[in-house]
Design a protein around this ligand. Structure first.
Ligand code: PMV
Length: 316
């Protein structure tokens, strides 16, 4: 039996603009994670996929529509078997589960695919590099998102804070001082594909305005990288607020997100913004360690379906 886990993630700066080549920053979130377990099955059984959270069990070769919850899982498994040049489908049972909420900007799809790629390849005797895992997970992200930037598979597969530019090699973020984030969930599922598609239509109809917004977001991400490298947390908070204003202008905030952002700031957060595709999903707030619990409580009182606190540790 082989088990592998993968964390969730949050985007600190630069979502959406990152699809258009601007830099972005993301960090893994280990409080939520996906799990994949691979076990041998009896001879001739073929491969079965079980998703315990969804109470789902089906064969690898079962035909599923593209919007079926198991479609991306089946594709991920096939991609791994193809990568490993397996000539036939092995007799295995793959069981997946996850505490990363789906379609809430915490990288649930990338986390599940990463756990599957690692568990399956290890069980078949191959230890893939993080880069190889990331490339395989990117193929699953294409199914989920259509036109992913690659930031989710990179931060989840490498499990390190990253400064990410589409198409460029991974750059691990230098963190001078640890910092804390309160993460609040609006409880509203928001498929990434929809928000990314709407932003694309906006950009196509008014490229000058959208490119200018993307440039400003990219400049904030670059400045935030310096603030993180020098441990300037007050500046980081200001950058989050500024990034949020620009995300709202892209049309991806929502009244529910705005309510949580307001509650976090009123409870003493240094800055706050939505994270991921927006419209629903999660928001993050930069908090001092001794304020983290009270900000999380304020988020729940303001209607958050869930609120967790995570630390971004100092670089070794
Ligand atoms: O909603 P999430 O967590 O999948 O984040 C998407 C981030 C976007 O920048 C909106 C899309 C992308 O592919 O980078």
């Amino acid at each position: 039996m082989t088990t592998a886990y993968a964390p969730g993630k949050v985007i600190l700066f630069g979502e959406h603009a990152v699809v258009y080549g601007r830099p972005a920053i993301a960090v893994p979130v280990s409080q939520v994670r996906a799990c994949a377990v691979v076990e041998n099955a009896s001879l001739g059984k073929g491969m079965t996929i079980r998703a315990t959270d969804l109470e789902l069990a089906l064969r690898l070769d079962a035909s599923t529509a593209t919007d079926h919850p198991a479609y991306a899982l089946q594709a991920t498994v096939r991609n791994v078997l193809g990568w490993l040049q397996c000539s036939s489908v092995p007799d295995l049972t793959l069981t997946v589960s996850s505490t990363v909420p789906m379609a809430r900007g915490l990288g649930s799809g990338a986390a599940l695919a990463t756990a599957v790629v690692r568990a399956l390849s290890r069980h078949l005797g191959r230890e893939l590099t993080s880069q190889q895992v990331s490339e395989l997970v990117y193929q699953t992200e294409v199914i989920h998102h259509g036109t992913p930037s690659g930031i989710d598979n990179t931060v989840v597969a490498f499990e390190r804070p990253v400064y990410f530019v589409r198409g460029q090699p991974i750059e691990v973020l230098q963190v001078r001082r640890p910092f804390w984030l309160a993460i609040g969930d609006t409880g509203i599922a928001s498929p990434t594909r929809v928000a990314v598609g709407d932003v694309r239509r906006g950009w196509q109809s008014d490229p000058r305005t959208y490119d200018a917004l993307f440039d400003c977001i990219g400049a904030i991400a670059a400045a935030a990288k310096q603030a993180i490298a020098s441990g300037n947390l007050p500046a980081l908070g200001v950058f989050m607020d500024e990034n949020q204003v620009l995300l709202a202008r892209l049309g991806v905030s929502s009244p529910e997100l705005d309510r949580l952002l307001h509650a976090a700031r009123a409870a003493g957060a240094m800055g706050a913004k939505l994270c991921g595709a927006g419209r629903g999903g999660n928001m993050i707030a930069l908090v001092a360690q001794d304020q983290a619990k009270s900000v999380a409580t304020a988020l729940r009182r303001a209607g958050a379906a869930n609120a967790i606190v995570t630390q971004v540790p100092q670089s070794e």
